[in-house]
Ligand binder design. Structure first.
Ligand SMILES: Nc1ncnc2c1ncn2[C@@H]1O[C@H](COP(=O)(O)OP(=O)(O)O)[C@@H](O)[C@H]1O
Ligand SMILES: [Mg+2]
Length: 336
């Protein structure tokens, strides 16, 4: 769309001629929204951010950020964006205030203007009282808040946050979410963030794309994505021939999605669960699969991710490849 503040067309990055880190990504980020890229480790999130922020040249395709082509006009793009990297890049030997001022001066913000902005931004992320302390003494959450504030000192139109709460404890993560929402609202800045935390994407993003193996799998608001599953999720554990149960379920129209879990259990997404559940129980009895437990729940983004990719992001381990749990998807949702 014309008014989108970030637009990409078939954006692609290939490393070493073989690794397709980002594969023909088309997206549009609307001005003023918090937009997220949700995907497991190695999905291509950082590579995408690096291309959008002009740090990395695309292999092919196009990206327009704040009205400028990232390859043709990188300086114009840089002038209009702020970045918070996945790994902290603060000067430990300087205070929070000094870190802000250094960054502001480096980016050509006049001292008097910088002073005013820094005061306001430190207030916004509740660091005023600690501004004079050395960053060395800051907690993980304080560092992140400082980095977010620092990214705003140039008054960017877009703030890029690569895994903004990586490695932080849950309470600190919730606080960072509040600050991200606050700066989005108060500073009117568009936020593009990446995350492998499902709850983060669900709570923070107005819209998001799920990215897997460099490709966008689906895009929408969290509730749109969840509704796209077309029903509730039934979890079944049991013993016996799961294959027979699958054969029985596959042709049924009210069953949208069938997943076999590693423990021989089943996960079905079903429409009109009040009517469908009794049918499912009867079918299980007919096929001789011995169900030991059946539970029904509203789907979450977790279920969306599994339904589209056949895999699960296990949050506590998502920084390693073992964090990706393979399931067998029998009936799969089509890409939208
Ligand atoms: N400089 C590089 N050289 C070669 N391969 C890379 C480089 N940077 C990233 N990759 C590969 O590209 C893929 C995407 O990586 P990345 O964008 O860092 O994913 P994410 O941020 O989603 O974890 C991975 O397979 C990664 O190993
Ligand atoms: Mg990354």
């Amino acid at each position: 769309m014309l008014e989108d503040i970030i637009v990409t067309e078939k954006l692609t990055k290939v490393f070493n001629k073989t690794i397709k880190a980002v594969d023909q990504v088309d997206m549009g980020v609307r001005k003023g929204e918090i937009f997220g890229f949700l995907g497991p480790n190695g999905a291509g999130k950082t590579t995408t951010v690096n291309m959008l922020t002009t740090l990395l040249k695309p292999t092919s395709g196009k990206a327009i950020v704040s009205g400028f082509d990232v390859v043709k006009h990188p300086d114009e793009v840089r002038r209009r964006i702020g970045i918070v990297f996945q790994d902290s890049v603060l000067e430990d030997r300087y205070s929070g205030y000094e870190n802000m001022m250094l960054h502001a001066r480096l980016w050509g913000v006049k001292k008097e203007i910088a002073k005013e902005r820094i005061k306001e931004l430190l207030e916004l992320v509740s660091l005023t009282a600690r501004a004079k302390d050395l960053v060395r003494a800051y907690s993980g959450g304080m560092r992140r808040r400082l980095e977010i504030a620092r990214g705003l000192v140039t008054r960017p139109e877009i703030l890029f946050l690569d895994e903004p709460t990586l490695g932080l404890d849950p309470t600190t993560r919730f606080h960072i979410w509040d600050y991200i929402k606050l700066i989005n609202k108060e500073q009117g800045v568009t936020v593009f963030l990446t995350t492998h935390y499902l709850d983060e994407a669900e709570h923070l993003c107005e819209r998001l794309s799920i990215i897997d193996y460099g490709k966008i799998v689906t895009t929408g608001s969290p509730s749109e994505l969840i509704n796209s599953l077309g029903g509730d999720v039934v979890k079944i554990t049991g013993e016996g021939d799961v294959g027979l149960a699958i054969s029985a379920f596959k042709p049924e129209n009210y069953i949208k999605n069938v997943i076999v879990k590693q423990d021989n259990g089943l996960e079905l997404t079903i429409a009109e669960s009040d009517k469908s559940l009794p049918k499912i129980i009867r079918k299980l009895e007919e096929t001789g699969y011995n169900a030991l437990s059946i539970s029904l729940k509203k789907p979450s983004l977790d279920d969306v991710f599994i339904a589209y990719t056949g895999r699960e992001i296990r949050e506590e381990e998502a920084s390693g490849s073992e964090g990706i749990k393979k399931h067998f998807v029998i009936k799969k949702l089509s890409r939208s």
